[in-house]
Design a protein around this ligand. Structure first.
Ligand code: FES
Length: 96
């Protein structure tokens, strides 16, 4: 069995430190470890985009990235965008 790896990252403005399995993907880390279930999992092959998040400002597919690759990174999920008001216009349009 492979040992866990300690990672430290910033998620939606909050500093997070966690011990994760080396092969845990980012979307499962966000959903299962941090309970950020706005990041969804669909195809798990990088096709559908349900797992899309931003890492250091770049749009990535969370299902194709390992959590350990985010050590030291800034990660933003839909929860973070919602809290910041960045998608407020889109949310309002969907509610009308
Ligand atoms: Fe479909 Fe990641 S789950 S692109």
């Amino acid at each position: 069995m492979t040992s866990a790896v300690t990672i430290s990252l910033n998620v939606n403005g909050e500093r997070i430190e966690a011990d994760v399995p080396p092969r845990l993907n980012l979307s499962d880390f966000l959903r299962d470890h941090l309970k950020l279930t706005g990041t969804h999992v669909g195809c798990e092959h990088g096709v559908c985009g349900a797992c899309t998040v931003r890492v250091n400002g770049e749009i990535v597919r969370g299902c194709l990235m390992l959590a350990v690759q985010c050590d030291g990174a800034k990660v933003e999920t839909i929860e973070g965008l919602s809290d910041s008001g960045e998608v407020a216009d889109l949310q309002a349009a969907l509610q009308s």
